[in-house]
Design a protein around this ligand. Structure first.
Ligand SMILES: [Zn+2]
Length: 357
């Protein structure tokens, strides 16, 4: 794959695929390329040139609109939009004064689950003080700075989460749907800087994973094929994905927002946290310090229709820490995601990190 691939070249790239891959691509995705034109008054020329580099690029803009016809996720790509922001990219990771925050002192400063805390080498647990589900708690690594979590600490955190799910299931055998999220720093919705993941366990699946499962089911009924395997396959042949230790990883063509990485596996072992750690290293190399991570687990016991459901992790960039403007607006909430980054570049970066020891 050439390094200078970009979304404008996607239709050509798809055309060159072998027939069977083309068929898979077209049953999942629809691509529309449109051109937006505009006139620039002389008084705006110097501003436009300075901000976007070239007047020509502004006067005639190509927008690549990708729709996932299976899930109805959409992404409209215009790389010109990456240049809109006036703020400079941070090139240094944020530093945190090692003030003693509440999560630095969980024993006295956080609530406890009714069954107590789960303690491990690098992690402890706490009940969320304002829950959004009956079972909703925190996995708290002892390390304050979330950007400095080592692979060991990450593994320990996820292992503790699994123990927490098991403990909850013992307490409430009908709670079988585990879910883990990580909102890293304020752009991603975190109210505390200190490293922490949130874990939930519910009796019914959450609506978005359930919707994905229904899409997978419908896909199997229509095409007799596994949706996630096909989705991965098509990203891999386009140069956007690879398999690492059994984990299928790809930079998603219809991301929820910038630089979204999608991964799934049927096996719970250290490879998944390892890939997550590498992806986050790649993120940091791109000056991404605030991100959301979602980890959907297969149910804790057999549930009809969920037999084939893997562990699914999605990670998304939430924008510059020094930027006041939100990265999402009405388009993302109600219509389609607007994307400025180039998934081919992100994929190359992630492949590089996964190839390093
Ligand atoms: Zn702290």
């Amino acid at each position: 794959m050439k390094l200078n691939m970009d979304m404008v070249m996607l239709p050509k790239l798809v055309k060159k695929l072998p027939k069977k891959d083309k068929k898979i691509f077209h049953r999942i995705f629809e691509v529309e390329v449109v051109v937006g034109r505009l006139k620039i008054p002389p008084t705006l020329k110097s501003f436009a040139k300075e901000r976007f580099g070239s007047l020509k690029a502004v006067k005639k803009q190509t927008i690549v609109k990708v729709v996932n016809k299976v899930t109805f996720e959409g992404a409209f790509y215009n790389q010109l939009r990456a240049l809109r922001t006036a703020k400079k990219q941070e090139t240094q990771p944020p530093t945190f004064t090692e003030e003693k925050c509440m999560l630095c002192n969980p024993k006295n400063q956080t609530a406890e689950d009714v069954f107590g805390r789960i303690e491990s080498a690098y992690t402890t647990t706490a009940a969320n003080i304002a829950k959004y589900d009956g079972w909703h708690s925190l996995i708290i690594p002892r390390k304050h700075n979330p950007l400095k979590l080592s692979l060991k600490e990450l593994l320990d955190g996820f292992k503790t989460a699994v123990q927490w799910f098991k403990r909850v299931n013992r307490e409430d055998s009908r709670a079988v749907f585990p879910y883990l999220i990580w909102n890293c720093l304020w752009r991603a919705g975190a109210s505390q800087n200190h490293s922490h993941f949130q874990v939930m366990m519910s009796r019914k699946p959450y609506p978005k994973p359930e919707y994905l499962r229904l899409c997978m089911e419908r896909y199997r009924e229509t095409y007799g094929s596994n949706y996630l395997q096909d989705l991965y396959h098509i990203h891999r042949v386009l140069g956007l994905g690879l398999t690492y230790g059994g984990v299928k990883v790809f930079v998603y063509l219809t991301p929820i927002k910038e630089k979204e990485v999608f991964m799934f596996t049927h096996n719970w072992n250290r490879n998944l946290p390892k890939v997550i750690h590498k992806v986050l290293e790649a993120y940091k190399s791109l000056n991404v310090y605030s991100f959301n991570l979602s980890m959907v687990f297969p149910p804790a016991k057999k549930v009809n229709g969920w037999d084939d459901f893997p562990y699914i992790v999605r990670i998304v960039d939430r924008g510059l820490l020094n930027q006041n403007v939100s990265d999402i607006g009405a388009m993302e909430l109600y219509a389609s995601s607007i994307i400025a980054s180039n998934p081919f570049n992100i994929a190359e970066r992630i492949k590089g990190f996964l190839a390093s020891p």
